[in-house]
Design a protein around this ligand. Structure first.
Ligand code: PBG
Length: 329
């Protein structure tokens, strides 16, 4: 005779919800947003159905909507005009640049919104790389100086947290020191600590036109700085270094194929962990849902809840708005 019946705690929704271990709420979400020049402009991104590049005015409108749905944080990416790109990425610290104007406009209109600008050179680089190139190589320390300048200019514009996604060595320390020296002691750093060289970033790179350029003299992928997807111990090494250098929140990216890394890092550290449900993961769910092969709403909620089960505290996801609408129903 069996006494122990696990199905007892699954007989109806009331008992299931009583013993539930992880709950997804809109508090967990960070919405990545693509911004472009212009006024009253919006362009669809073909490989990311439902996601748009918007001019600043429409971005502000979107932020108001997000905030009223309970999404209280946005992560910002700029589509930079070709003529502003160079090898140094100097447009990224222009105090009147698109990013700086966007940060100001959002903080003015929705002061409670946590604004997290992306810190990396790729949208500003003629080569589509996250670092400055010299003699065909990505140079680490000169890139860190650029990232530190960029971060201070984001802080001056009103950013709450800067989010370096570049994977240079020592950049968290360079950014922390520059922020402290400029008096921005309350501006946090969310570091993309374990960011893998991944083909799941494809739709994002087409959204910003930021893919590494096919030029014989430069690396055609990001494997000299982003991590090798065959590795997991290396992720802990990256995370510990970033914590030592002053990171407030650490990020693991991509998300769904990397839940083992989230779980491993969760066991090892007590800092908040962010995970990035990247553009390719979004595209996969949307493509299947549009074909009627997956249930859109249920698949979104399940995927996002799995991030929490793995140990993430914050979830960067293009589904943030849609998931908030589903959860608020
Ligand atoms: C670039 C950056 C990338 C993403 C965020 N910041 C792409 C890359 O590293 O090439 C990817 C996000 C996504 O795919 O949703 N610094």
């Amino acid at each position: 005779m069996i006494h122990s019946r696990n199905r007892r705690l699954r007989v109806n929704e009331s008992i299931r919800s009583l013993v539930r271990e992880n709950i997804l709420t809109t508090d967990d979400f960070v919405m990545p947003i693509f911004v472009m020049e212009g006024e009253n402009q919006q362009e669809a991104i073909p490989s990311m159905p439902g996601i748009f590049r918007r001019s600043i005015d429409l971005t502000v409108k979107e932020c108001k909507e997000l905030f009223s749905l309970g999404v209280k944080s946005v992560n910002l990416y700029m589509k930079v005009s070709e003529h502003l790109k160079d090898n140094t990425g100097k447009e990224s610290w222009n105090k009147d640049g698109l990013m700086q104007q966007t940060i100001k406009a959002i903080k003015d209109a929705v002061p409670g919104m946590i604004v997290m600008p992306d810190v990396a050179l790729d949208p500003y680089s003629i080569y589509g790389h996250d670092g400055i190139i010299e003699n065909g190589k990505i140079v680490n320390d000169a890139t860190n100086d650029a990232l530190a300048r960029m971060s201070v200019s984001h802080a001056e514009a009103g950013a709450d947290i800067v989010a370096p996604s570049d994977m240079m060595d020592g950049r968290v320390l360079a950014i922390r020191e520059a922020l402290e020296e400029s008096g921005f002691t309350d501006v946090g750093i969310l570091s993309y600590s374990a960011k893998y060289a991944s083909s799941f970033y494809g739709p994002f790179r087409s959204a910003l036109d930021s893919a590494p350029k096919d030029n014989m003299d430069i690396p055609k992928d990001k494997k000299t700085y982003q991590m090798d997807f065959h590795n997991s111990r290396e992720a802990l090494n990256e995370v510990f270094k970033d914590i030592d250098e002053g990171a407030d929140i650490i990020m693991i990216k991509p998300g769904l194929p990397y839940l083992d890394i989230v779980s491993k890092v969760r066991e090892a550290i007590d800092l908040p962990i962010a995970v990035y449900n990247v553009s390719g993961e979004y595209a996969m769910v949307k493509a299947a849902a549009q074909n009627g092969w997956l249930d859109n709403d249920k698949t979104i909620i399940e995927s996002l809840t799995c991030f929490k089960r793995a140990g993430a505290d914050l979830i960067f996801t293009y589904f943030a708005k849609e998931a908030a609408m589903i959860l608020n129903k």
